[in-house]
Design a protein around this ligand. Structure first.
Ligand code: ADE
Length: 253
């Protein structure tokens, strides 16, 4: 999967892209990240990429010309062509990023990610270049760089072979529509806090059921909104109905 990232701050990407799972995915050729500095396409001698807003209002607005030039050049578009892949603007005004959107975007072999800064980008960029707008949550960051990294990371995890464990992504919180069950590792007794005995039992069917129930409990307690959309089995529904009857909020251990 190829990511073309358009930013005024390409340097902030490298440290994250050089670590852990994303780095390994790059080394294995599963993803490629091309960083494009929008400033390189500014035409004037000061390499200006922003300007004051028409009609006032404070703050600065990213100029359309360097952004169009950068994206059209990197994606090989002639002027006025539509882009050969989604062009995603990272903005707090976009649709809020979820695991479902990650899965949807992971279907594309190539994505262009446009990182806004300052008050935002000239509206003509949204209207005539951008094909999708994504927010990573209802809060405002200083720019789209961290959101672009969030997106790259979440999509990389979905590429077969990117995680050491082939089932890793399937078990992640949100992948199944539920929050993930709790994890434990050695030692079995840490400061008197025990690992649940069932995890040491070797009974795989029982462990699978326990984990599923922990997922349901956790989701019900922390994110009950997710339960309405999650695909639940008959056994899940029975478990939840039983909880309903027995004061659920006291159940989680
Ligand atoms: N740019 C600034 N804040 C953002 C957010 N929450 N999501 C995506 N892009 C942003």
């Amino acid at each position: 999967m190829l990511f073309d990232v358009f930013t005024l701050f390409p340097d902030v990407f490298e440290p994250y892209l050089q670590a852990s799972i994303v780095q390994r995915a790059r080394q294995n050729g599963l993803i490629e990240v091309r960083l494009h500095n929008i400033r390189d396409w500014a035409a004037d001698k000061h390499r200006t990429t922003d300007d004051t807003p028409y009609a006032g209002g404070g703050g600065m607005v990213m100029k359309p010309d360097p952004i169009f030039a950068a994206v059209e050049s990197a994606l090989g578009m002639a002027t006025g062509d539509s882009a050969p892949c989604p062009v995603i603007l990272l903005t707090p005004q976009g649709r809020v990023f979820t695991q479902r959107i990650a899965a949807e975007l992971a279907e594309h072999p190539r994505l262009a990610l446009l990182c806004g800064r300052y008050e935002g980008v000239d509206e003509r960029v949204r209207q005539h270049l951008v094909t999708d707008e994504i927010s990573i949550g209802d809060y405002v960051l200083s720019g789209g760089e961290l959101p672009a990294l969030v997106l790259i990371d979440a999509l990389t995890r979905l590429i077969p072979g990117a995680l050491g464990d082939p089932d890793g992504a399937a078990d992640d919180s949100h992948a199944s529509g539920l929050l993930e069950y709790p994890h434990y590792t050695r030692p079995p007794d840490f400061r008197g806090w025990q690992v649940p005995e069932i995890l040491l039992s070797g009974d795989h069917a029982k462990i699978a059921r326990w984990r599923r129930e922990q997922s349901l409990l956790r989701t019900r307690l922390r994110r009950p909104d997710l339960l309405t959309a999650a695909p639940l089995t008959e056994a899940d529904r029975k478990f939840l109905a039983n909880l309903e009857a027995n004061d659920p909020l006291k159940v989680e251990g």
